[in-house]
Design a protein around this ligand. Structure first.
Ligand SMILES: [Zn+2]
Length: 106
């Protein structure tokens, strides 16, 4: 098992021995992909850009960036449903200056 922590030692992401992503709530390894949201700003700090949200049922595109995990730049979110605890959890990737930050939004 490999666990990735941030600078303050908060658990960011855990993979089991087979490289499978584990649920941040119950550590279950049956996470089902339910959607992806992608956010690109027109330029740094712009409140507009391109936002595409895709699920099995629908694709939605807008110029509004509501939900962008990055407060100033680009980002994307993968939403999963845990088969064990039935939680919907979001794995977020946020551009911050030259870095990419990873976190769970529950
Ligand atoms: Zn779970």
């Amino acid at each position: 098992m490999r666990t990735y922590n941030n600078a303050t030692e908060e658990k960011i992401m855990t993979l089991n021995e087979d490289g499978e992503l584990l649920c941040p709530k119950c550590s279950g390894n049956y996470l089902h992909q339910r959607g992806v949201g992608v956010y690109f700003r027109d330029k740094e700090d712009s409140e507009f850009g391109i936002n595409v949200n895709v699920t099995k049922e629908v694709t939605h595109t807008t110029r509004y960036l509501t939900g962008n995990p990055s407060p100033r730049r680009d980002g994307f979110i993968a939403t999963f449903m845990c088969e064990f605890c039935q939680s919907y959890v979001k794995l977020c990737f946020a551009q911050h200056k030259g870095h990419t930050q990873v976190s769970w939004e529950e």
